[in-house]
Design a protein. Structure first.
Lengths: 303, 620
């Protein structure tokens, strides 16, 4: 069987990006609307913990963190193994439902979606033109661009990849956003990940904000004294000084933080902030979730 | 000879009478040198009793922080021994003691490493062996105590500096420490936060050791003062004695009395605010550049919102004349820093902003930066070069000034800020005051039309503060000053803008603002305890002339019959002299009969005839 070829006028090429532009435009509008909504809400009540507070109480926040991590990570690998666009779309639907059930802030999920969409959108552009023509494929050939046929199978493949990526990215909200970071890291540590790794992640997360603020102030100081980024030797030397200063100050801060920890009794181990308790319901939920993943895989292969 | 103790050897300093409590810390000839060989402490003999409140003072680099690091076991002494409750502070004893000593770091970001406030405060109690739920309960109670219960689950980086300081203190108080050691606790706090902090420390019942340049704060908190200089203990006084002796304070760069210099005679009680008002009146009298008819800066209905929706500036209408000296005051979060970043073009708000008649936009802000200089509150944030010379020359280099001209202007700028000779020094290794002046030199070298200063006096020792004020008084450009320090406002500005919740609520002459107590209270700028302390200190420092019989020590040649000799001896005088002294608490009468032994200038005393009995063992 040879590929099916449809000849189209070149002007039709201009129509191709239209759905993507519409899609991303819609997302951007949604993001802005969410941001405005958030600004109207004002600051949340910080006297209540994220887990117990009413707006974030959800199936995922109550699920034992170890069971949740194991189940969702295995499930994510199952999604990655899907081959059909229809099953990937089903996985995406499940992720959206999980996201709604987790009741984590939608704008965060949307931000992940936008970041991933920008990167994976490239597949949608490149793969239809680069996928090799197999027997039975449908090729759109634009007049004057005969050497670059648009392969619909390539588009489907890119769409499958994009859908799987987004499904997994959306799942990261119920996975990581439904419990405080220290609890998630404590769960990982109980699952065998070295505790020191978790502590480092926690400290990096805390001090990334401090580091960012410091870098911004230093850059502002340079900017108001006339610094402009360029590839000239003085500009490169100034950038090297800037980075060197950030490094030295970060190193000094690291020493001071370590001293502060030692002064409060730190002896190489962070205290566990919560007591993890596994109930039969947690195990049952894990089993159900894995059954869902297996069902998805079976449907993908033989459905 | 030491003018106050009658001793010339510091090792003979009379220790203050200690409360009848067991000794907590004791050091014997304690010394410490850093791996590079720098001797930071030498021959420290110090005893601290349980429940004492000690101020550790001295100029930058005198070894205060190094000493407190020894006290809490973060560094081991390289010479001598340190005892805590009679046992050397090392090994298992050290591990146990660390849980009983709380050290508050200068930068709260160093100390708040937890994911949320409650996690951070519970860290210490968990290390003390409390179960996690109990520790968290205790953490919540302590946060309640410091007034931060409503922020218990907030990440530390989202707090203001004042809140961070209180959260860091909560982390220590939750451990119920026997000793609290504080390193510059009031640095970068606004008056309201400072007073809150003071209240918390007053309630602490354990032993307190506090490092600070702020003697007014220390006077309210501590009863004993240990003065360090070049790694040695130079004085060990009562706090009242230290603050009453201006010469000793000046000797160690701690004399803050210049803040009272514009104050009327002591018979009329005055406050720092009235002192600042007097200073403002003086500043207003000083000839300055003639204001230009065209405003340098014009803001009309200016608004700014942060991306999270915070409405930081609301309808600002402002006009600043060229050559003017203007202060912006207000409580933390009033929008002062946001206003600065908008004026610098770093944040773009809504409304109109004109600089020298031109609309400022993102495209032409480079031109704005060529005419504006700025010194940030944390001036270390604007220093990044390996040498002082390169740091000051950076702006000129960016502006394309040729090297010979650049060298000349750098030398001038460094001379202007009293840093000549520092060209090859590393900015990161300079003291706080030197860094601040260096940041100022970086701005002044570009000959800006306008200079913006954010809390210029924050974190400086009195000597550095006085020097900085002197430099700024001579700066010939438009000055916009953001400060919580009413004395600095009074000294440097003639006009004051009061901000509250993102709006400009008042625009007054500085003298009128400082005289307006209601405004200060509304904007969290009232320092009631500072006023109280300052009045008390000024009373202690007063100098007056009077006559009374007193005893003091002399060494001068004299004759006893046939025997002519010289030795230290004690005898009585009855004559007029100026007498700098402290009045004991509750003493109403202005008499000095109780102080029979003190020293003062005796011109030509050596030639006065006198006699005194003396024993042979005292003779040389």
């Amino acid at each position: 069987m040879t590929p099916v070829v449809h000849q189209l006028p070149t002007a039709y090429l201009l129509l191709l990006p239209l759905p993507f532009l519409l899609f991303f435009g819609l997302l951007e509008a949604l993001r802005r609307w969410l941001r405005r909504g958030r600004a109207r809400q004002g600051e949340r009540d910080w006297s209540l913990p994220a887990l117990e507070s009413e707006p974030h109480d959800s199936l995922f926040s109550r699920w034992d963190v170890r069971c949740k991590l194991l189940s969702l990570l295995i499930y994510a690998f199952m999604i990655a193994a899907l081959q059909q666009l229809s099953s990937a779309l089903l996985a995406l639907l499940i992720s959206v439902l999980a996201l709604l059930l987790a009741r984590t802030p939608l704008h965060r999920a949307l931000m992940r979606f936008l970041a991933l969409g920008g990167f994976m959108g490239m597949f949608l552009v490149v793969m239809p033109f680069s996928a090799p023509a197999h027997p039975g494929d449908t090729l759109l050939v634009f007049h004057g661009l005969e050497s670059f046929p648009f392969n619909l199978r390539g588009l489907e493949l890119a769409a499958t990849l994009l859908t799987k990526g987004v499904a997994i990215a959306l799942l990261s909200e119920p996975l990581l956003g439904s419990a405080p970071l220290p609890v998630t890291l404590q769960g990982l540590s109980r699952l065998g990940v070295p505790a020191m790794g978790g502590q480092l992640v926690l400290l990096c997360h805390r001090y990334s904000h401090v580091f960012h603020a410091e870098a911004r102030r230093l850059a502002t100081g340079m900017q108001v004294r006339g610094f402009r980024q360029s590839t000239s030797l003085p500009a490169l030397r100034a950038m090297a000084n800037f980075l060197g200063m950030l490094l030295v100050r970060s190193f000094e801060r690291t020493e001071r933080v370590m001293d502060a920890m030692r002064a409060r009794g730190y002896q190489g181990r962070f205290p566990e902030t919560v007591e993890l308790k596994m109930r039969p319901g947690d195990l049952l939920l894990s089993i159900l979730w894995l059954i869902l993943g297996i069902g998805l895989l079976l449907a993908d292969r033989w459905g | 000879m030491n003018a106050y103790t009658g001793c010339d050897d510091m090792s003979e300093i009379k220790q203050q009478p200690r409360p009848e409590s067991p000794t907590l810390f004791r050091t014997e000839q304690l010394g410490f040198h850093y791996p590079d060989g720098t001797q930071a402490l030498l021959g420290i003999d110090l005893a601290i009793a349980t429940g004492e409140r000690i101020a550790l003072v001295g100029p930058n680099g005198s070894g205060k922080t190094t000493l407190v690091r020894q006290l809490c076991g973060l560094n081991a002494p390289t010479e001598g021994t340190l005892y805590y409750r009679g046992k050397p502070l090392s090994g298992a004893h050290l591990n146990a003691v660390r849980l009983q000593i709380g050290l508050l770091f200068q930068d709260p970001d160093d100390q708040l490493f937890g994911h949320t406030l409650v996690d951070d405060v519970a860290f210490g109690p968990c290390n003390q062996g409390l179960a996690s739920p109990t520790a968290r309960e205790l953490a919540l109670q302590t946060l309640q105590r410091v007034g931060l219960a409503h922020l218990a689950y907030k990440p530390p980086h989202q707090l203001s500096v004042g809140q961070q300081k209180r959260a860091a203190l909560a982390g220590l108080l939750a451990m119920n420490p026997e000793v609290l050691i504080l390193d510059e606790p009031t640095a970068n706090l606004d008056p309201r936060q400072e007073e809150l902090f003071l209240e918390l420390l007053r309630d602490f019942s354990g032993t307190l050791v506090c490092i600070s340049h702020d003697l007014i704060f220390l006077y309210e908190l501590c009863r004993r003062a240990v003065v360090l200089e070049k790694g040695r203990i130079h004085h060990d006084y009562s706090m009242a004695t230290l603050v009453s002796q201006r010469e000793a304070l000046r000797e160690h760069g701690l004399d803050f009395s210049f803040r009272f210099s514009s104050v009327p005679p002591p018979a009329t009680p005055t406050s720092p605010q009235s002192a600042a008002a007097a200073a403002a009146a003086t500043a207003a009298e000083k000839p300055g550049p003639e204001p230009s008819p065209t405003p340098l800066i014009t803001l009309r209905d200016y608004h700014f919102r942060y991306p999270d929706g915070t409405h930081a500036l609301r309808g600002i209408d402002l006009s600043l004349a060229e050559g003017g000296r203007v202060a912006v005051v207000g409580e933390n979060g009033a929008g002062k820093s946001t206003l600065i970043s908008c004026l610098l073009g770093l944040n773009q708000g809504e409304g109109s902003y004109h600089f020298a008649g031109r609309q400022v936009s993102r495209q032409n802000r480079g031109e704005l930066w060529r005419q504006m200089g700025v010194v940030f509150q944390e001036c270390a944030d604007q220093l990044f070069c390996p040498t002082v010379f390169e740091e000051v020359a950076f702006g000129l280099e960016q502006a394309g000034v040729p090297r010979p001209k650049r060298e000349e202007r750098v030398a001038q700028a460094l001379q202007q800020v009293c840093l000549d000779g520092f060209e090859q020094r590393v900015p990161l290794h300079l003291s706080g005051g030197e860094r601040k002046r260096l940041a100022l030199a970086c701005a002044l070298v570009l000959a800006p039309r306008m200079l913006i200063l954010d809390e210029p006096s924050a974190g400086l020792d009195p000597r550095g503060e006085e020097l900085l004020l002197e430099i700024l008084r001579g700066a010939e450009c438009t000055l916009l000053l953001v400060s919580q320090d009413m004395y600095v406002v009074g000294e440097l500005t003639t006009r004051t803008l009061v901000m509250h919740q993102g709006t400009l609520v008042e625009d007054l002459s500085t003298a009128a603002f400082l005289a307006e107590e209601r405004l200060a209270a509304v904007n969290g700028l009232a320092y009631s305890y500072r006023q109280r302390s300052s009045d008390a200190i000024r009373d202690l420092q007063h100098v007056h002339e009077h006559r009374h019989k007193h005893r003091h020590l002399h060494e001068h040649p004299h004759r006893h019959g046939e025997l002519a000799h010289s030795h230290l001896h004690e005898h009585e005088h009855d004559h007029d002299h100026r007498f700098l002294h402290a009045h004991e608490e509750g003493e109403q009468r202005h008499g000095h009969t109780a102080r029979l032994l003190h020293d003062h200038e005796h011109p030509d005393h050596e030639r006065e005839p006198h006699d005194h009995g003396h024993t042979t063992e005292r003779e040389p």
